[in-house]
Design a protein around this ligand. Structure first.
Ligand code: C2O
Ligand code: CU
Ligand code: CU
Length: 495
């Protein structure tokens, strides 16, 4: 029965929320929610969390990563235990991880074996516009395309890839098309000894046979999905329900977390533990931030250091706490429920001494706001950007190559809209006038209900047309998107 997969309310939630709200000081609480785990052996605990395979490099040239990637119909279980018709990259959901290093030349031989057009968008990568996989460059059913690009220096971090065809992105991702990208730095400032985990968070809603429940757009559910964004009641980590990660007391793990959900925003917490937030969309930042919880909006990534601060043999969970991103009229009845995402189990082995962590990881140099040549206002309302629906033949913003600009993003409605810009990473200056407490590279920012966020961006390279849009997939597919054109400076003629 599929009901056994339904997410259940965790009993510690209410207590935890009370503690969180009363604990203004970071790291101020040490709450004994660690429960004794089931009999665990002193040996290292095996994860049940399955990591997606890494795309196989078929090149023998140093510094070149050449891979084959196909999107095709597949018979597999998007809902664990129920094989149905799905879409998959190279036959797996999540798709295989593209692992590269800064400076690598990447060649992806892509084949579209789907019965419909698609693209692959390399979300967050700073690469030429014709390689961006935007809706401007669809790849028809049965067609092939070679994506080729170089990974810029200084961009080590966690990214992801997904289809981006006009109006069909939400459908194709719900059918199983998404995968991670890890860009590594040969001189990573974090110790290589930290065990690394990749967590791709998704949710889905299923019909009784286990196939994705994608509502008729004219049905009441279809209308709600269009407004709220399609949320599912089954929460998955790497396609699994409640997998286990084993940890030893004292150990520190490095988690790369990606939100590929169409609409769900995660408010992540591990009861009884704090999290060390060390990286954002574009990689590590200067100093770790100790947090009780962290918000992860659609398409955002974070790197977290999870410290094994619990006693041997105990266990806790990674949870998503209630978060009200909704318009009051369509807010789901059960929005105030926490969900468990995975179980963190401590082995019985005695604690190990925690590894030394660097105080400074990577300097993120501030973009020079004294050289700003344009200030733009981007107004987000329901399904519209600056009052307009996406038009592939219209350019909404024209910028010059080399320009540094401040974009003020105003959300004028009563639900959150995560704003994403293709191709260029930006820095958040302030939210409702409150300066951002730390500096990092971002390509998406959640703009809360009636909030104004200012970001600074530099168009240092890559002329062409770039999308910007809300990353709630239903909003994007219904045209909550615009086009930025970055143009080279005019050529001066000699008289
Ligand atoms: Cu993941 Cu146009 O974005
Ligand atoms: Cu993107
Ligand atoms: Cu939106």
């Amino acid at each position: 029965m599929w009901s056994q997969h339904r997410v259940v309310r965790n009993r510690v939630t209410l207590t935890l929320r009370a503690v969180l709200s009363s604990s203004a000081v970071l790291g101020a609480f040490a709450f004994p929610v660690h429960r004794p785990g089931p009999g665990t052996s002193a040996a290292a605990l095996e994860d049940t969390l399955v990591t997606p395979p890494v795309l196989k490099n078929i090149s023998t040239v140093p510094g070149t990563i050449e891979v084959n990637l196909a999107a095709a119909p597949a018979r597999l279980a998007l809902l664990p235990g129920h094989a149905t018709d799905a879409y998959a990259y190279n036959g797996t959901v999540p798709g295989p991880t593209l692992e590269v290093h800064e400076g690598d030349h990447v060649i992806i031989h892509f084949r579209n074996e789907l019965p419909e057009a698609t693209t692959i968008h390399w979300h967050g990568l700073h690469i030429p516009a014709d390689m961006d996989g935007s809706p401007l460059r669809p790849i028809g059913a049965g067609k092939q395309y070679d994506y080729k690009f170089t990974i810029p220096r200084g961009t080590a971090g966690t990214y992801w890839y997904h289809p981006h065809p006009d109006a069909r992105t939400g459908y194709q991702i719900a059918m199983g098309l998404y995968g991670a990208i890890i860009v590594r730095d040969a001189n990573d400032p974090l110790p290589a000894s930290l065990p690394e985990k990749l967590l791709i968070l998704s949710d889905n809603r299923f019909l009784p046979d286990g196939s994705p429940d994608i509502a008729d757009p004219h049905s009441p559910q279809g209308q709600i999905d269009r407004e709220n964004g399609r949320e599912g009641n089954v929460l998955l980590v790497n396609g699994q329900v409640m997998p286990v990660i084993g940890i030893r007391s004292g150990e520190v793990q490095r988690w790369r977390v990606i939100n590929v959900s169409a609409a769900r925003i995660y408010r992540l917490a591990i009861p009884g533990q704090t999290l060390l937030h060390v990286g954002d969309d574009g990689g590590l930042f200067e100093r770790p931030r100790e947090l009780n919880e962290i918000l992860l909006a659609n398409s955002e990534r974070v790197e977290l250091l999870v410290r094994g601060s619990g006693p041997p043999g105990s266990q806790t969970t990674l949870q998503t706490l209630p978060y009200d991103r909704y318009d009051p009229h369509t807010r789901p009845a059960n929005w105030e429920v926490s969900h468990d995402l995975l179980s963190l189990r401590y082995s019985d082995a005695p604690p190990v001494p925690p590894p030394a962590l660097p105080a400074v990881m990577r300097i993120v140099t501030a973009l020079d706001t004294s050289r700003v040549t344009a200030r733009r206002v981007i107004v987000l309302s329901q399904e519209l950007i600056n009052g307009k629906t996406m038009d592939m033949n219209r350019v909404d913003v024209r910028s010059r190559l080399g320009a540094t600009e401040i974009w003020e993003i105003d959300n004028v409605v009563t639900m959150d809209h995560p704003f994403h810009l293709h191709g260029f990473q930006f820095q958040i200056l302030d939210r409702d006038g409150v300066p951002e407490p730390y500096r990092s590279w971002k390509d998406v920012v959640n703009v809360r209900k009636h909030q104004t966020v200012r970001v600074v961006v530099r168009f240092d390279d890559f002329p062409g047309k770039w999308m910007f849009h809300c990353h709630i997939l239903d909003h994007e597919d219904h045209g909550m998107m615009g086009i930025l054109e970055v143009r080279p400076p005019p050529v001066r003629r000699r008289m």
